[in-house]
Design a binder for this molecule. Structure first.
Ligand SMILES: C[S@@+](CC[C@H](N)C(=O)[O-])C[C@H]1O[C@@H](n2cnc3c(N)ncnc32)[C@H](O)[C@@H]1O
Length: 496
């Protein structure tokens, strides 16, 4: 950021927005209608948005649950016509602080940010790579579109953001993801070819101005056109995706910026380099009021097929700004040889923990079907989809879901494990009242009524609310219920 454009707090927010968006004034007027409506939309806070976990609920059920929990209809609570899972919520609604969020029934993700995965057109059985994955909203969408089976690799450059991604996958019970850490532009070709690749690229993030008001004072419009480092990174990521995509496979490139230099210009350059081996598919969703990609910018004419890209303008879709390009590698394009697959055998004796665990909670033997147990650390056991086949290279940061801690006495089912299997427990399970639920999520102890513990022995129990598992608690000999809800998850419970 240049000295000239360092923070300009002296300007009001609207003036800041006009300053940083001025370079798009004619573009907005030409393709997106009213400039003043655009500036006004950027000043409005963004509606909250969630998607319903398709394996745990559906959007109508989730909507009814929210109405019941909030004591009536909420202004702004609405479905989006282009998504069977998305639900809009009022601007200040803190979904992450509701019990049903802690229970993994939903995930908070900006509406525009949900669009790319719908357009990636993921189907069970496909091998998928998410090259810039953290904090993982789109990874989770892809994982569930794969039916929580098969192989999805989620890569990111920022190690600490991979931890946040893993936390989201754990809450949502996802078992088909291996995470990798590294520069996506250098992702090893030894990983082999993928059917679908998402490049949700790092960008100047202008499209998030509704969410991040303070960004307006920091953005420097003069450097957007010339940010060679950022453009180089975006190009490297997209080129790598082309290399790793199987012939006939699909690549989705997305950003949350309006800047054509980071959008159409990047895609145009890679299309040109591929000389006909890559083509743009129309990026459209029924009911989504997007606009076509640009075919000219900054005095340069781009290929006419760039119109197939999708631009989301905040004043049309009441979202942030977003750009999506969907590309298909032609069937005759060159393809990588398959790489080696990682060896994922269970360690010696590791499966011996399972019968005791199933016996404790009264689970059927079939509970493990379609799953593989693996010891990745001394702490305990992970669960993976049985058909998860990550490559040997790059080596993974983590695979699947950490579900059973075995290095403590007694061993303990993790909260993620309880959310995944708790609905099927027939023993050592306790239904909580609303007050007990709130106390549990605050990590406080409660004294359950005798009818609640009548069928439970002292020891670990799965606690549920309205049939939805919340986690694990300890029923003491004096029949107190001590919360074992993890402190790192307890942000969930700010307002249960
Ligand atoms: C727009 S965010 C991704 C958001 C994510 N797809 C989601 O839906 O939650 C871009 C991500 O790219 C990562 N990143 C930046 N440069 C990268 C690179 N060279 N390789 C891989 N990831 C990179 C950042 O750490 C950041 O997490």
């Amino acid at each position: 950021m240049t000295e000239r454009h360092a923070r300009r707090p002296e300007l009001g927010h609207a003036a800041q927005l006009r300053r940083v968006m001025a370079r798009y004034q004619s573009l907005v007027s030409e393709q997106a209608g009213d400039w003043e409506a655009f500036i006004a939309a950027l000043q409005r806070p963004l509606p909250a948005c969630i998607w319903a976990h398709p394996q745990r609920t559906d959007v109508a059920e989730l909507q009814a649950l929210i109405i019941a929990e909030e004591g009536g209809e909420l202004p702004g609570l609405a479905r989006d016509p282009w998504s069977p899972l998305a639900l809009r919520l009022p601007v200040d609604f803190k979904a992450g602080q509701r019990w049903w969020y802690c229970a993994g029934l939903a995930h908070a993700q900006e509406a525009a940010s949900q669009v790319p995965v719908w357009l990636l057109d993921v189907h069970p059985g496909q091998r998928v790579l998410d090259l810039c994955a953290a904090p993982g909203g789109k990874t989770a969408q892809i994982a569930l579109a794969l039916g929580n089976r098969g192989t999805l690799l989620a890569n990111d450059f920022a190690r600490e953001r991979i931890a946040a991604l893993q936390g989201n996958l754990d809450r949502l019970g996802i078992v088909n993801v291996s995470t990798t850490w590294g520069d996506g532009g250098n992702y090893p070709a030894a990983a082999g070819a993928f059917d679908r690749i998402l490049v949700d690229a790092p960008c100047s993030s202008e499209g998030t101005l509704r969410r991040h008001r303070s960004l307006a004072a920091r953005l420097d419009p003069d450097t957007l056109a010339t940010n060679a480092r950022l453009h180089g990174r975006q190009l490297a990521l997209l080129r790598k995706a082309v290399q790793l995509c199987r012939a006939g496979g699909r690549i989705l490139y997305s950003t949350c910026t309006f800047a054509p230099e980071e959008n159409e210009c990047i895609v145009a350059q890679v299309l040109e380099e591929q000389a006909g081996r890559l083509r743009l598919l129309p990026a459209r969703l029924p009911g989504l009021a997007g606009r076509p990609g640009l075919t000219a910018w900054g005095g340069r004419t781009l290929d006419a097929s760039l119109a197939n890209c999708l631009r989301l303008w905040p004043h049309h879709t009441d979202t942030g700004g977003f750009f999506v390009a969907v590309m298909e590698k032609t069937p005759d394009a060159p393809q990588l040889e398959p790489g080696d697959t990682a060896v994922l055998d269970a360690g010696v004796d590791d499966e011996c923990w399972l019968p005791a665990l199933a016996e404790h909670y009264g689970w059927p033997e079939t509970i493990w079907s379609g799953l593989r147990v693996q010891r990745q650390t001394r702490r305990g056991l992970h669960l993976l989809a049985a058909d998860h086949e990550p490559p040997a290279q790059p080596s993974a940061q983590g695979r699947g879901l950490f579900f059973h801690r075995t290095n403590i006495r007694p061993p303990k089912l993790t909260t993620a494990g309880a959310l995944l299997f708790g609905a099927q427990a027939t023993r050592q399970v306790m239904e909580l009242s609303q007050e007990q639920r709130d106390a549990y999520l605050r990590r406080a102890s409660v004294t359950p009524r005798p009818q609640q513990w009548a069928d439970c022995r002292p020891g670990q129990v799965i606690v549920r609310y309205r049939g939805h598992p919340l986690g694990v608690a300890l029923l003491t000999r004096s029949r107190t219920l001590e919360s074992l809800f993890p402190s790192r998850w307890s942000g969930c419970a700010g307002r249960s």
